[in-house]
Design a protein around this ligand. Structure first.
Ligand SMILES: Cc1ncc(C[n+]2csc(CCOP(=O)(O)OP(=O)(O)O)c2C)c(N)n1
Ligand SMILES: [Mg+2]
Length: 1036
């Protein structure tokens, strides 16, 4: 009870300003003292009956009275006045004079509560009514008529009889039963004889319209109308009173759902398009799968309503993501892709004019700018390309939306918004939905409200909801972010249109997520070739009887006289003709241009025919002055009155020393790369868990004032007067969601460097779907380049199996370069190789090289994903420092760092050429020195693993022509790089020289959990690395 009242205390102040305002004008002289959990003034609070269950109700009364003393019954008015005037407890109440007035006269209803023999009964009845109203608001959706098939369990009682629902069944017994379901219990003591009693309405309902009291019968009728028809509103979990009131007003206000004839005709026309489109496809390609929309044709008018309303509210750019169901229809009738372009996709002889794997109909995206005919405003609609993996596109859409908002300085999402479509089974089942919802209100990830539309056909392929989810609705996941959920019967197009309007208004008012759950059915099997009767016989018997929504709605409008039969038929013929004409034109389409299916064109970045403007990469070096400037800012606090932590002062001082000595460590090199690109107008966004400080406490891009909460400073944003902005943001604890989001962000523009850092590299595998479905094959599947950078901390540091390996073998296995073919070494070989690659995989061993590869990423004339295995111990390794000299103009990223010590002076005398990558180099170099083998063993580091630096390796192999070729890695043999590099090194030597392996034995886990074993393994493979006899008796 106390908790409840404390909650009330939290909610009530929202209306307090209005109340206070009123009070200061004409209310009684009551000062409103907010006490812990209670709002009465002390004398009122002292009344004995306020301590019981009636207190909530009385509190309502009291507030109503404070706002307007005339709004409550006279007896309450007298009571509150007396109590406030100091009447001793128990004496403030005076029985009202008996009223003889007729109850039919509702206009004077505010003072018509029947005289009660005692106040307890009066209070209890009002309480009962208030609870009843609340029960409808909270749980009315459970008994609303959402299922067009009428077979969902909520419409049946225990004996299997369909429950009579709706305002027509106002028999009190029925109401009681229905309300029992809502209230889990009795009817609060109300009975038949109370139906004509008039009750004052609480301020938490709008069913009264202009009336403040209504007979119980009418209250029930109106609550039934609001909450138990074809719309089920789930919102009472939202802990914001204003938002709850807003929703109540939308659904409770009498006659809220009114449409003009014009609107009804538009709705019918949209249904005609939606329905006839599927029928047309079925006629022409009866044996093709199309994942049709039959049973949810209303999706098209639903989306169009959302778009119209949003456009009316100022949105001019909508980014959508959707699954297979109804995709073609959405492309045709919402995004308005030319019909012939869609139809020709069914022609198997269509030839592709450009790259891309021809994965068009269900996966490719779209981008289209056009005039919205309803609002006459320009609107850009894009549909993001998606893989089969249901819901995987959700965070990608959000990231792209965020980026578009960012570039348009649309900081509140007034211009750009996203719409996500979902299937019922996928929405409930896929965890990425939850991860995406959790990004929705985070400052650096919010898109200021997404409208989710669920095509809830009550089935997922062949699986019933009752075995597909543990929640009552497929939409329950949305409750975590307090998104209202509007369930609506898909066979009532007007109800659908109404909720879609409300959803769009909600989004533009509160800038928060909202869900429209279109409860519908799937007329055919999962696709048109599937037999649904195998698995859902009863459901499909019902579906066979089901009249199509278009027919039902047309009949309704014809009966209402809104359209005539002829007009309806003319509308259908008109659209059929459009389809036929497009079909004829589609026959002329012989060549298919996948680039016409891009969701994110990058105007000006490529030549007109989509090629890079050059095949050169400018020098990535920087002037001494620029390096020093960035270094100095990185070592300072560039704002006044800001107290940083003492430890950080030391770190910054250390950075300052490095700058003086013209050297950089890892963190400083990163600073230089980012800072310099900002100067060149490139927006940089670094996102991931704890990236602001850096997991290893090396980065410190956000400084925190030690004395003032939330006072932070990002020195990177204080580098240059007109620099591009730098966004660095700690993310939610998600990989799938956040990596998807950043990929989407990177998709929007080629002129931004977007980096996602995994806390440890091994965590990337919870985002595997984004890597496998989007990043690795994105360009090949969807002709879409993307320059996202993945920073994956990697290295065998004895930290055990969980934090050691970013699994380089997996990334390398997905590289598209041929292991057995040495490419032609022409001019610009290195850039050409990058252009041909699906992605770039590097493992830098020096800060300078890390610096160059980040800069190269943006200076290249095209975009490729870049995977960087980043070090842990090297962050502070005394040898892992680079001189400014390695970063000056003319310097560049080194794909291989070749031996330059004594071995290089007399290469023919070298016995062994050790190839390696990453941090193991430092261990090898140290061991070589200890063993005094610097002239005998050359060590060459491969910094870029893929595309493979064939030229570098070839040259080194030739140079050390008498040396054994050895690949050394610290990872286990079946992991790391060995499988990838071995055939490629062999190919460069025409398979004439063996490539020996040194490293850890094959293993299932990435590393041992035992520190001693770790050190032992290290010792062993270092020994072997410099045991020049190790392979002398072996064949490779
Ligand atoms: C992540 C993932 N797992 C499994 C599948 C295979 N699959 C394709 S459609 C489908 C059923 C989807 O049901 P629902 O989300 O309700 O959409 P509907 O087809 O009913 O419109 C399944 C399981 C998939 N595409 N993606
Ligand atoms: Mg489904």
């Amino acid at each position: 009870m106390h908790r409840l009242r404390t909650c009330a205390a939290k909610l009530r102040p929202l209306t307090a300003p209005q109340t206070a305002k009123k009070l200061s004008h004409n209310g009684p002289a009551v000062s409103r003292t907010f006490q812990q959990g209670r709002f009465y003034t002390a004398p009122v609070a002292a009344e004995p009956f306020l301590s019981g269950t009636s207190s909530n109700y009385v509190e309502e009364m009291y507030f109503a009275w404070l706002e307007n003393p005339q709004s409550v019954h006279k007896s309450w008015d007298v009571f509150f006045r007396n109590a406030n005037a100091g009447a001793p407890p128990g004496t403030a109440y005076q029985s009202p004079p008996p009223l003889g007035a007729s109850m039919a006269s509702l206009s004077s209803a505010q003072s018509v509560v029947v005289a009660q023999p005692n106040v307890d009964k009066l209070v209890e009845d009002h309480l009962a009514v208030q609870s009843l109203i609340r029960a409808y608001q909270v749980r009315g959706h459970h008994i609303s008529k959402l299922d067009p098939l009428g077979i969902s369990i909520v419409a049946f009682d225990e004996s299997g009889n369909a429950f009579p629902v709706g305002p027509s069944s106002l028999d009190i017994a029925v109401c009681k039963e229905r309300l029992k379901r809502l209230t889990v219990g009795a009817f609060y003591g109300l009975d038949e004889s109370d139906l004509d009693k008039v009750f004052h309405l609480p301020t938490t309902t709008f069913i009264g319209g202009n009336e403040t009291a209504l007979p119980l019968r009418e209250i029930i009728r109106r609550m039934e109308m609001s909450y138990c028809q074809h719309i089920g509103v789930e919102f009472m979990f939202i802990n914001d009173l204003e938002q709850c009131q807003w929703i109540r007003q939308k659904f409770e206000t009498p006659s809220a759902m009114q449409f003009t004839n014009e609107e009804k005709r538009t709705l019918l026309a949209r249904l005609v398009r939606s329905t006839r489109f599927e029928e047309f496809l079925q006629r022409k390609w009866s044996s093709e799968k199309r994942f049709g929309l039959e049973g949810c044709e209303v999706l098209i008018p639903a989306l169009k309503t959302i778009i119209d309303k949003s456009s009316e509210n100022g949105v001019d750019n909508i980014i959508m993501g959707m699954p297979h169901r109804g995709r073609l229809n959405v492309l045709a009738n919402v995004i308005r892709k030319e019909l012939e372009q869609i139809f020709c996709q069914f022609d198997s002889k269509l030839e592709a004019a450009d790259e891309g794997t021809g994965d068009v109909k269900y996966h490719l995206g779209m981008y289209h700018r056009r005039i919205n005919r309803v609002t006459n405003r320009n609107i850009t609609l894009s549909l993001v390309a998606n893989p089969s993996h249901l819901e995987a596109v959700d965070p990608v859409v959000q990231g792209k939306t965020k980026a578009e908002q960012f570039y348009l300085s649309d900081s509140e999402g007034k211009k750009v918004m996203s719409i996500l479509l979902h299937g019922d089974a996928a929405f409930a089942g896929q965890g990425i939905v939850y991860e995406t919802f959790h990004l929705s209100d985070l400052p650096s990830y919010t898109t200021h409200g997404t409208i989710h539309v669920v095509v809830n056909n009550q089935i997922g392929f062949t699986t019933d909801p009752r075995v597909a989810r543990s929640s009552p609705y497929p939409t329950d996941v949305a409750r975590v972010v307090n998104a209202p959920i509007f369930h609506v019967n898909g066979d009532d197009p007007e109800a659908v249109m109404y909720v879609c309007n409300v959803a769009a208004e909600w989004r533009s008012t509160f800038h928060k997520d909202v869900v429209v759950d279109l409860v519908c059915y799937r007329r055919n099997g999962h696709n048109e070739m599937d037999e649904p009767m195998f698995t859902q016989p009863l459901m499909y018997k019902q579906i066979k009887k089901q009249k199509a929504v278009l027919k039902k709605y047309a009949e309704k409008l014809i009966a209402e006289g809104v359209v005539t039969q002829q007009e309806f038929e003319a509308e259908m013929s008109k659209y059929d003709k459009i389809c036929e004409e497009a079909y004829a034109r589609s026959k002329d389409e012989k060549i298919m241009h996948i680039k016409h299916w891009l969701d994110s064109p990058w105007p000006g970045f490529f030549t007109l025919d989509g090629q890079p403007k050059s095949m050169k990469c400018p020098s990535t070096g920087l002037s001494e002055e620029t390096l020093a400037h960035i270094g100095n800012v990185a070592s300072s606090v560039p704002v006044e009155d800001f107290t940083i932590h003492g430890g950080l002062t030391r770190i910054l001082k250390g950075r300052g020393e490095m700058v003086k000595n013209r050297t950089v460590d890892w963190a400083l090199a990163e600073y230089m790369a980012i800072g310099s690109l900002l100067k060149e107008g490139i927006h940089i966004r670094l996102s991931g868990q704890d990236v602001e400080r850096g997991t290893f406490s090396h980065r410190h891009h956000v400084l925190h004032d030690q004395n003032v909460d939330k006072k932070t400073c990002i020195p990177m944003n204080h580098l240059w007067p007109n620099q591009a902005p730098y966004t660095v943001c700690n993310s939610s604890l998600s990989e799938y969601g956040v990596l998807g989001f950043e990929l989407g962000f990177a998709m929007a523009s080629p002129n931004a460097l977007v980096l996602w850092e995994a806390q440890f590299g091994d965590f990337h595998n919870t985002a595997q779907c984004i890597i496998d479905q989007f990043i690795s094959p994105g360009q090949a599947k969807w002709v879409r380049q993307n320059g996202i950078v993945l920073l994956l901390p990697h290295g065998m540091e004895g930290m055990g199996p969980e934090h050691s390996s970013a699994r380089p073998e997996r990334f390398l296995q997905m590289c598209n370069d041929d292991p057995d073919v040495v490419p032609k070494m022409m001019e610009d070989f290195a850039v050409q190789q990058l252009y041909d690659a699906n992605w770039i995989v590097v493992n830098c061993s020096t800060p300078a090289n890390y610096f160059h590869v980040l800069r190269r990423q943006i200076l290249l004339p095209f975009r490729k994903p870049l995977i960087i295995f980043t070090p842990k111990s090297l962050l502070r390794h005394p040898d892992a420092k680079s001189s400014f000299d390695m970063m000056l103009p003319g310097t560049e990223f080194l794909r291989g760092i070749v031996e330059d010590g004594p071995a290089a002076e007399k290469p023919k005398e070298v016995k062994r050429l050790l190839f390696c990558t990453g941090k193991v180099y430092y261990e090898l170099a140290k061991e070589r020195k200890n063993k005094n083998l610097e002239a005998e063993v050359a060590i060459t580091r491969l910094e870029q693993l893929s595309p493979f630096p064939f030229d570098v390796v070839e040259e080194e192999a030739k140079k050390y022509s008498n040396a054994e070729l050895v690949w050394c890695q610290e990872e286990h043999k079946n992991q790391g790089y060995y499988e990838y590099v071995k055939p490629r090194i062999r190919a460069t030597t025409r398979r004439e020289r063996p490539v020996w392996y040194v490293g850890r034995e094959p293993a299932s886990a990435p590393a041992t959990g035992n520190k001693n074993t770790h050190l032992h393994e290290l010792k062993r493979f270092l020994e072997t690395s410099f045991n020049l006899e190790a392979f002398s008796n072996l064949n490779n």
